[in-house]
Design a protein around this ligand. Sequence first.
Ligand code: NDP
Length: 297
Amino acid sequence: MAEIIDGKIVAAEVVEGVKKSAAALAAHGVKPGLAVVIVGEDPASQVYVANKSRTAKECGFLSVQHTLAAETSEADVVALVEKLNVDPSIHGILVQLPLPAHIDAGKIIQTIAPDKDVDGFHFINVGKLATGEVDTALVPCTPFGSMLLIERKHGKDLSGLSAVVVGRSNIVGKPMAHLLLAANATVTIAHSRTKDLPALCRTADILVAAVGRPEMVKGDWVKPGATVIDVGINRIPAPDKGDGKSRLVGDVEFASAAKVAGAITPVPGGVGPMTIAMLMANTLVSAHRHAGLEYKG
Ligand code: NDP
C-alpha cells in the first residue's frame, strides 16, 4: 500500500512558516497585503474566496476583499485592478475565476501588475517560469504546491526521474511541467489527443493527473512504486450516502492506484490544501520583494 502524502500537514507547515516570516517582516514596518476580487455570486467561488481571506488574516496579512456585482462592467474591474496595482499596502492581487461571460478574463489577468500577480498567470510570470527564471517568477499556486509535495518525497533534484503530466491547461498542466523540468525531471505532457495514455502513464516515476475527469487514471496505469499527484477535484453523486448526496474524488482512482504507487495524494486532503498555502507564500514573497528584502523560505 502506498504512502499517503498528507497535503493538510504540509500546507499547515507552510502556513506556520508564512506566519513567522510575516511577523519578522513587521520589524521592517511591512505587513503583507492580499487583495481578492470576486465578481458575481458563484457559490464555489465565494467559498474559495472566503477561505483565502480567512487564511490571509490568520497569517497576519492585511486581507482585503472586493465583492463586485455580477453585472459590473469590464472597465470597472480593470479600474479596480489598476487602483490595487499602485496601492502600496497591497502586495498580492487575485481575481477569482471564473468571471462572468461579459468580462474578458485574459484582459483582467494581463492588467494585474506582474509583481503583484500572486496567481502567476500574467505573461511575464508565465514567461519567467518557461525560461527557467523560477526564482524571480510568481508561480501558479496549485502546481507550486504540487511541486512541494513532490520535493518532500524526492528532494529538489529530480535528475533521472521521468514525469508525466496529464493535462495541458495554463493553470495547472503547463506550469507543472515547467516546474518539473526546472527540477531536472524528464517531462512528458499528455492531453486529450495523446495516444495510449495508460502505457505512457506507466512510464512515469512521477505521475501528475490534472484532467478534470473523475477517477480516470486507474491503478494499472501506474508504474509500481511511482509517486502519484492527483490535482483533480470532482464532485460526483454518492447515492450510498443518501439521496442527493455527493462526494469529492480526484482524477485518479485512489483505491486501485494506492495498491501500486509508492506514494499518492488523497482527494480531498492532498493538493487542495496546498493551493491556499502557496497563495500565502506568494504574497509573502511579493511583500519581501517590494520591500527590497530577501525571502529565505
Ligand atoms: P482544464 O479543463 O483546463 O484542463 C484539462 C486538461 O485535461 C486538458 O489539457 C485536456 O486536454 C486534458 N484532458 C481532458 N480529458 C482528457 C482525457 N480523456 N485524456 C487525456 N487528457 C484529457 O482543467 P484544469 O487544468 O483547470 O484542472 C484540472 C483538474 O484540476 C480539475 O479536476 C480541477 O478541478 C482541478 N484543479 C484543482 C485545483 C486545486 O486547488 N487542487 C486548482 C485547479 C484545478 P486538451 O487540452 O486536449 O483538451
